[in-house]
Design a protein around this ligand. Structure first.
Ligand code: SF4
Length: 253
């Protein structure tokens, strides 16, 4: 299911930067679909640079990328910066520079945050770097591979030291795909998760669900229908007395 070869994580530095921008607070699958649609509809990133915001926004909406307007604006800023600073629509020259220069050049791009810089370093320039997307950090913490309060830097170190270099990119993308599809932020799909038996968070959630199911059964058992009291006995003789009086009046007529 999580085959790194299928995921196609290798992109040019510029495409990786665009992808990282699109993937911010969106799933990888949505960002991938948006990038493919932009390339298909505009034919080049240079054409995206001069396109109207509304056109870009519409494509991002169709791909279900979040904050489409903000990202359309950020995308134009990113592409304009690259075009003006590199005199071409490419960041390929970064591959010929040392790490310090590369970082400096990437950090100068106004809309790229730390995570996007790490993603370009890891996936396009082959540095031993781990871009810790929330969808990667989440299952790491929940599964207990990293401490619950581990920082992103600690998680990056843990992953980089545990996974062989040649498998690092594939492992990270697989973990992110898993976090995007199964170990969701608000409602993880623990029941269908292959790691449920080994997952402390999955066990905690399952126990919580059992408790709330028991509470629901108890509530139903002591609900309004179960609590309804029989009519007070004193009322019955009164009604019988009034019935007798009515019958007496009828007889006397
Ligand atoms: S069992 Fe649930 S919390 Fe644990 S890794 Fe799987 S989906 Fe995430």
């Amino acid at each position: 299911m999580y085959d790194p070869g299928r995921l196609g994580v290798r992109r040019s530095p510029l495409h990786q930067a665009v992808f990282a921008l699109l993937a911010d607070e969106s799933s990888f699958s949505a960002a991938r679909a948006a990038l493919a649609a932009l390339e298909r509809d505009f034919l080049s990133l240079n054409a995206v640079r001069v396109a109207r915001y509304r056109e870009v926004e519409r494509i991002l909406d169709r791909a279900r990328v979040s904050h489409s307007r903000r990202k359309a604006v950020a995308l134009r800023r990113l592409l304009s910066h690259v075009y003006e600073s590199q005199h071409e629509m490419s960041l390929d020259t970064l591959a010929t520079r040392n790490l310090a220069d590369v970082k400096k050049a990437l950090e100068k791009i106004p809309v790229l945050d730390r995570l996007a810089v790490d993603a370009v370093l890891q996936y396009s320039l082959d540095y031993l770097q781990v871009a810790v997307y929330p969808a990667l950090a989440r299952p790491m913490r929940r599964l207990g591979i990293a401490a619950a309060k581990a920082t992103d830097r600690q998680i990056a170190q843990k992953v980089a030291s545990a996974v062989p270099k040649e498998a690092l990119a594939g492992f990270c993308v697989s973990a992110i795909e898993f976090g995007d599809a199964v170990c969701l932020d608000a409602s993880p799909k623990c029941k269908s998760c292959p790691f449920l038996r080994a997952c402390p968070e999955g066990a905690r959630r399952a126990e919580e669900q059992r408790k709330s199911a028991r509470r629901a059964v108890r509530r139903r058992a002591s609900g309004p229908s179960a609590r309804r009291k029989p009519a007070p006995r004193a009322a019955r003789p009164a009604r019988r007395a009034s019935n007798r009086a009515t019958a007496g009046r009828r007889r006397s007529r």
